[in-house]
Write a protein that binds this ligand. Structure first.
Ligand code: FAD
Length: 288
């Protein structure tokens, strides 16, 4: 089932979860245990990320297949075109189709670490707009999501230019958008207003990351280029050696963030689970 058809028929916000492909066999066992625990929450869909530069391709695909077939949850594969030419991309998409995956989030991807600017593969694509256009032109019948950036993509000089490019990405055949993680809802609301002004009317689902450790904050701040309120950092810094207090403050923060978004009529909430069930279970219990 195409996710866009499912989520636009709901008379409520949609809820979805994101997993990543583990590096070890133990990680795999843990992941499927987590999927089983979260299955009880009836997510509207789940997604599985794609390692940098396509490094987890086979694993991403096989996890998607297993979750969809064995747990009966609509599963979307992340897919990036960095380092791939058209023939390679076509082959990968055919593989996804063959295993029954009907939804992908089509992304450009990032250049390998410390190599600077994104370089187009000589037979590939410069951005996700070109990738999505290709998927549609080749006649693949995937439901297609794309990424968007409440605090703008780092390659874009201004938020206005980023949203103009986002509109082109949508016009090439995107069904709905998932955002980069963010911690300040005001940035998301400003982005939504700018998107609307640019004629963007498809569903935009915020991606929300629960905070599970102090070191994680800095890592994701750098990785995702997002701002984190100073007051939150100060509060968490004070309790970083006290796991119970840390958990309480971080959980409160995420629950309040989600509640505020839901009160402001967001289309849904996409939770980055980090392959753990506890935070997701607690957050959902308090916001649903
Ligand atoms: C929800 C989400 C999930 C992600 N999952 C993964 C994952 O699983 N694996 C992974 O490796 N990475 C993932 N990423 C990271 C992503 O690969 C990087 O952020 C990458 O730098 C950009 O990918 P994109 O598809 O958003 O790029 P694009 O949409 O191509 O944007 C990149 C730059 O190109 C510009 N641009 C886009 N279209 C045009 C156009 N038509 N003309 C001119 N400029 C244009 C944009 O404004 C932007 O500045 C994810 C990101 C998000 C938001």
């Amino acid at each position: 089932m195409k996710i866009i058809n499912k989520i636009t028929k709901l008379n409520r916000p949609c809820f979805s979860f994101e997993f990543f492909p583990p590096k070890t066999d133990e990680g795999d066992i843990k992941l499927f245990k987590v999927v089983q625990e979260l299955q009880n929450l009836n997510p509207d869909f789940v997604s599985v990320t794609y390692g940098a530069g396509g490094s987890t391709r086979e694993k991403t695909f096989s996890i998607c297949e297993k979750i969809q077939k064995e747990f009966n949850i609509v599963t979307m594969s992340h897919y990036t075109c960095v380092g791939s030419g058209r023939e390679d991309i076509k082959e990968n998409l055919n593989k996804l189709s063959k295993i029954g995956i009907e939804n992908i989030i089509a992304l450009r991807g990032d250049p390998p670490k410390d190599t600077g600017k994104f370089q187009k593969h000589e037979k590939g694509f410069l951005n996700a707009t070109e990738l999505i256009k290709f998927i549609r032109e080749e006649g693949f019948e995937f439901g297609i999501a794309a990424g968007c950036y409440p605090e703008k993509h780092p390659d874009s000089p201004t938020p206005e230019q980023d949203v103009e490019n986002l509109k082109k990405k949508i016009d090439s055949g995107t069904d709905f958008l998932l955002t980069q993680l963010f911690f300040e809802n005001s940035k998301f609301y400003t982005f939504i207003n700018l998107a609307k002004k640019n004629g963007i009317n498809i569903p935009i689902i915020p991606g929300i990351m629960p905070i599970t450790s102090f070191s994680q904050i800095q890592r994701f701040k750098d990785l995702a280029n997002c701002s984190i309120p100073d007051v939150l950092i100060q509060k968490l810094d004070k309790v970083k050696e006290n796991p119970d207090e840390f958990k309480k403050i971080s959980l409160d923060f995420t629950v309040n963030q989600c509640k505020d978004l839901l009160q402001n009529d967001v289309f849904g909430i996409h939770l980055y689970t980090l392959n753990q069930s506890n935070a997701t279970l607690e957050i959902l219990k308090l916001i649903k």
